[in-house]
Every structure is written in structure tokens, then in C-alpha cells.
Design a protein around this ligand. Sequence first.
Ligand code: ADE
Length: 238
Amino acid sequence: MYRVDVITLFPQIFDGYLSQSLLAKAIANGLVELCVHNLRDWSVDLKHHKIDDRPYGGGPGMLICVEPVIRCVEAVQAMGSIPGQVILLTPQGEQLRQQRVENLAQSNRLILLCGRYEGFDQRVTDILQPLELSIGDYVLNGGEVAAMVLVDATVRMIPGVLGDEQSSWDDSFSRGNRLLEFPQYTRPPEFRGYTVPDVLLSGNHQEIAKWRQQQSLAKTELRRNDLFDKNIGFPTKE
Ligand code: ADE
């Protein structure tokens, strides 16, 4: 069983995602367990459950205090049978790529820390030494959406989560595959004058495979020249 703990100030954000996605199926099938924890529950301020404060030295916004975070992570660690890898979602982190996702899918337990406001007290990272991950060079209002991206990408790489018919093998970026996907078509063969390429209707599997590979290469060269350069000797499925 793969376990993910999410620590957030807005646990409700995860409700819809949890009940609708592929993740819901993985949870129902007993492959994944996802537990969402409200950081406020570990506040040291029993009256107002405050977890943030103004930065020393001045500046705008509020910082999440070190004590509730450490208390929360320690309590959450104790809830599982194996220690979780602590990950902090932050725009300052390593940019998330498929290789990292596949590596995390093998880890068995993750603890995701979602930030809000201007961030955490520096001692959170000093003490926990989390893996800091960013989902891209833009600033979100908090780490929650980034955590969902990470969970979504990771869970589908856990064995048994995707059915055979939905294999992740051909995905762009997967298992060393750094080519973008070739175009796909389904019925009807013609719509408003837009037709399906003849080769796909030919039944010639060798020709189809060749066409798809050419399409992938051409698209990758056009759109992602950075990936294309790394594709000398790329792996193929067979
Ligand atoms: N929190 C705010 N912005 C983020 C980003 N780009 N990636 C991960 N966490 C974030």
C-alpha cells in the first residue's frame, strides 16, 4: 500500500480531487491511501489556532511558524508504519520532471507539506531537510495545487493503478521516453473535411509504427528542441 500524507491549511481543497480522479479508484482498490491533515490542528495557540506570524526584520505578509509544522510532521510520521519522505512544495524547489516522479512512485510513503502566505520559517527546512519541489516557474497561491499535481503524476506510476489498456509506457516523458506523443484518431474517419491519415487505416502495423515514430520525432523537434537533442538512441517499446 502506497501512503501519501498531505499537510495543509486548506484540507477541503482536496475533497473534490480525491473523490473524482484516478486516485479515487486507486484508493478504492486498496493501492493507495491518502490522508489529509490540517496544520492548524498542531497550533501551539490553543485559543485561536494561529500558525503564522510576522517576519523578524520586517517585510510584507506572514510566515508559517516552525513549531506547529515540526509537531505536525512528527505526529504524522508516527501515524504510518514506515517513515515518509518529506516533500515541501515551493517555487524555489527543484523543477518536477517525470524521472523524479518515477523515483517517488517507488518510495512507498510521501509526506507533502503545502505552504501558504509568504512561506515557512527557514528552520522548517533546516530541521526537516525536505525534498523541495516546484511544478514550474510561476507562483501559485499555495502548495495545494502543486501537491495534487505531484500526487496525480506519482499515483499513475504505481504498479496496478493504470489498467493494461491505459499503459503509461507510451506517455511522453515516461521511462526514458523523451519524445512527445504522436497524434491519435478514432471514428469517424472524416469530420468536416478533416480526415484520418491513410496509413492508420491501412492495417500495416509496421508502416503505422514507422509513421508514429516519425510524427513523434517531428513534433518533438518542432516544439521541444531541448528534448530532441537528448533523444539520440531513445528507447522503443519492442
Ligand atoms: N507554491 C507556490 N508556487 C508553487 C510552485 N510553482 N510549485 C510548487 N509549489 C508552489
